[in-house]
Design a protein around this ligand. Structure first.
Ligand code: 1GP
Length: 241
């Protein structure tokens, strides 16, 4: 796993196959200058709605990856595949159960060079993903760092994903996460609905993921692209203590 296909991404839009998006809005998203589009959702993801969204995005040059959260939604033809492992749950099906079920079924077809595991740390109790997976979202700073270390150093996962889906999270947690990472790429996602919040997250995260706002305020969503691309990672505040 080289990591090259996603490691330079600074800004990503995440689109949900279950949600409607007009051709005009999709055109604006695909032409926005974002580094990539991730297709993924917590509920209602099917083969048909995933193929449909993929083929519409495929008319554009932008990189397009699938976050595989259900077996039904595993669709060939994407540039890359992310496989989420939820690290802050006790329910083992979300850590290795569903993933191995998927590999039993489709293991021989997996394009391994373009497939990467994401160590998810879900931190918003109200997020659908938190409810479905039974994530322990009330983590202290030390516990977040411990989860990051487990992902980055013990498990050597290529991606650590601080997920606040639906809520803008603690940038201090993102900063601490980035400080403690040695080899993984840090994704941050959740509640980014303005250029300012996008900039805040981009100071610390390698990759900033923007989702919901695409569907409620396209102009604000588009403004996050330049905001992230222009933000330099704050190396001073990431220096060792
Ligand atoms: C969701 O992390 C992404 O998986 C983005 O979150 O939808 O809140 O922007 P939002």
């Amino acid at each position: 796993m080289s990591g090259e296909w996603y490691s330079g991404w600074r800004h990503v839009f995440k689109l949900d196959p279950e949600r409607e998006i007009s051709d005009a809005d999709l055109d604006a998203i695909c032409m926005s200058g974002t580094d990539a589009i991730i297709v993924g959702g917590s509920t209602g993801v099917t083969f048909d709605n995933t193929v449909d969204l993929m083929s519409r995005i495929r008319r554009y040059e932008v990189a397009c990856a699938l976050e595989v959260s259900t077996l039904e939604g595993a669709v060939p033809g994407f540039d890359g595949y992310f496989v989420p492992l939820v690290l802050n749950t006790n329910r083992s099906e979300w850590i290795n159960g569903k993933q191995t079920e998927g590999l039993v079924e489709y293991g021989t077809f997996v394009p391994w060079e373009e497939t990467a595991a994401q160590g998810y740390i879900i931190l918003n109790a109200e997020a659908t993903a938190a409810k479905i997976t039974g994530a322990h979202t009330e983590l202290s700073e030390q516990e977040v760092v411990a989860h990051v270390q487990m992902a980055d150093r013990l498990m050597r996962l290529p991606i650590v994903y601080l997920e606040y889906s639906g809520k803008f999270g603690s940038m201090e947690y993102v900063r601490q996460a980035r400080k403690s990472i040695q080899q993984a790429t840090l994704f941050y996602g959740g509640g980014i609905d303005s250029a300012e919040k996008a900039r805040d997250a981009a100071q610390y995260a390698h990759t900033v993921v923007v989702g919901n706002i695409v569907y409620s305020d396209l102009t604000a969503a588009l403004a996050t692209v330049a905001a992230v691309q222009e933000t330099v990672v704050d190396s001073v505040s990431l220096a060792p203590d």
